[in-house]
Structures are given as C-alpha cells and as structure tokens.
Design a protein around this ligand. Structure first.
Ligand SMILES: [Zn+2]
Length: 310
C-alpha cells in the first residue's frame, strides 16, 4: 500500500474540523486546535476520527492545548479502543492563512515524538491541508523522516442510476469505431494528419493503438490538471485526489502506466510541475512499452513519421 492511501477521514468529520476552524475565525479571528484518533482497520488503513477541541489558548497565529486536557483525551480514547497501534492526530487551523508548518508547529510535532510514528494535520478555511506522518525511527534506527501525504476524505458514492431505457438507447446510438477512426483528420493539437501515415500506423497492432488512445486521453487530462494547478485554480488536495482518480482508471483498464505520486507540499509541487513535461508526470511498468507507446503518441500528435513530408 502506498502511504497516500493509508489515512482517511469521513466527510462528516472533515466538515467538523472546518466547522471549528470557521467558528474560531468568525468569533475571534483566531487559530484553533484539537485532537483526533487514528485507528488501524482490517484493510490496513487508518481511520481518522473523534474530532474534538479541548481547553486551549488561542491567538491569530498560535494555538496551545491545555496539557491536562490532552492527557484526558488520550486516556478516554485509549480506553475506548484499547489498541496499542492506535495513534492520535494533533490538528489545528490556519484560518485564512496557508496550510503550512510554522516553526511553532514543527516544535509541537516534535513534542509528539514516540517509538514509531506520529500524525499532525493543519487545515485552512479553503479546505487546503497538510497531513504529516512523522517517522521517529526507521527499522529501529534513530532516523527521522517527515512525510506530508494525503488524508483521503471519504465521500458517499455518487448514485449512478442506469435505466433499461438508457441501456436500449445506448445500444441503438453508440458504436465502437474500428481502428481506422484514428485517421479522422485532426488530432488534439489540431494538426492535420498526413494520410500517407497509414503505412506507419499499419505497423502498430490493435492493442498498441488502443493503448496509445488511452495514453493520449490520460496525458491530456494530466496536462490540464497541471495547467490548473499552476494557475492556482486547482488546490493541492484536489491535485492529490485527481491523481488518485486517474490512477484508478489506469489500474482498472490495466494500462501499463500511471501518474507519479510525489507527496510534495503545495509550494514544492508548484516548483516541480514548473519543470515537468506532461509526459514526465507518468511512470511506466516497462521501458520498452513506454518507448513504443510514446513514439506512437508522438507521431499521432505531430504528424511525424517515416514517410512524412511536413
Ligand atoms: Zn500552525
């Protein structure tokens, strides 16, 4: 399991956090903090819940939990779950500021140092967040590592209702074109393809061509996500979610590639994406397949080919 798939929170609890952050900001323009539990589940993931605020002192730029209240919370839920593998999550809000780790925040994270790992969450009112897993020992060695990763907000499945009527209409109106449809004139860049390319295409088998189509679709999607992230319309949390969605699709269709998962913070991702070509957003199971499909996709995009006359 990838670390970004491990931790999740219900939509209800996520909005409870947002609720507390909103009250503290609208009443006093203050930060606010509290604790949550992270309980290991049978599927190997950790469920984050039991959102509570505790007795605390807050300002616009700081929040401090009362020590006795922290002990009481830990005692209460320690007894409730009686699970030595459970963790606590220290959470706090930066209201209208960015979700980032300040010096005070990393001091607080250090205070949760233990013999395995600890968890911390900072949110803001735009629903941006950083969720940090701090490993304090690596295989028994005192090597510390902090990873900002995904806290998945579990939302209810959208209800998709496919009626018999829709099925009938679909059969009636929709058909799957044969491989010749790839000569349909324009590609996604609006470049007219040279019909002489038929020779080139005929050298590629059906499976490769359908893979190339899938690759181009996913590449296009990834490219537009990259654009949206760079111009600020897509937030970090949404980027992570979208990448996950794309990888779900790749996985489901047994495609030999998926999007890279970097686990970067907002700023580092921005820098990374600035110097990354859309094709570099992907990792492949096999270099040879990658080369082959990228070449076909490249030819399709630009109309290049052995017998091309552009
Ligand atoms: Zn902070």
């Amino acid at each position: 399991m990838n670390i970004n798939e491990i931790f999740y929170i219900s939509e209800k609890d996520w909005y409870a956090l947002q609720g507390w952050a909103t009250i503290a900001h609208s009443e006093d323009k203050n930060e606010i903090s509290g604790l949550m539990t992270a309980i290991p589940q049978k599927d190997g993931r950790f469920k984050v819940s039991d959102v509570e605020i505790l007795k605390q002192q807050n300002t616009g730029t700081n929040t401090e939990l009362d020590g006795d209240a922290v002990s009481a919370y830990m005692m209460k839920y320690g007894m409730k779950y009686n699970n030595p593998d459970m963790k606590f999550v220290w959470w706090h809000s930066h209201h209208t500021m960015e979700a980032f780790w300040s010096g005070t925040d990393t001091n607080e994270i250090d205070a949760w140092k233990n013999n395995s790992f600890s968890l911390a969450l900072v949110i803001n009112l735009k629903e941006e967040y950083l969720f940090r897993v701090s490993f304090w020992k690596t295989n028994g060695l005192p090597v510390e590592q902090h990873i900002d990763t995904t806290l998945t907000v579990e939302r209810k499945e959208p209800k998709i209702n496919i009626t018999a009527h829709m099925k009938k209409k679909y059969e009636e109106l929709c058909s799957t074109p044969t491989v010749t449809n790839i000569y349909n004139g324009y590609n996604r860049n609006g470049v007219v393809r040279n019909p002489n390319q038929a020779n080139l295409w005929q050298r590629n088998n059906e499976a490769e061509l359908s893979m190339e189509r899938a690759y181009n679709q996913v590449l296009e999607k990834a490219e537009s996500l990259q654009d949206s992230y760079m111009d600020g319309t897509l937030k970090l949390g949404d980027w992570n979610k979208e990448v996950k969605e794309i990888n779900k699709v790749c996985n489901k269709n047994k495609l030999p590639f998926k999007m890279k998962v970097w686990n970067l913070n907002k700023h580092d991702l921005q820098n990374k994406l600035m110097v990354t070509l859309p094709a570099e957003l992907f990792e492949w199971e096999d270099n040879l397949v990658q080369e082959r499909i990228e070449t076909i996709a490249w030819n399709a995009s630009f109309g290049y080919g052995g017998n091309n006359v552009y």
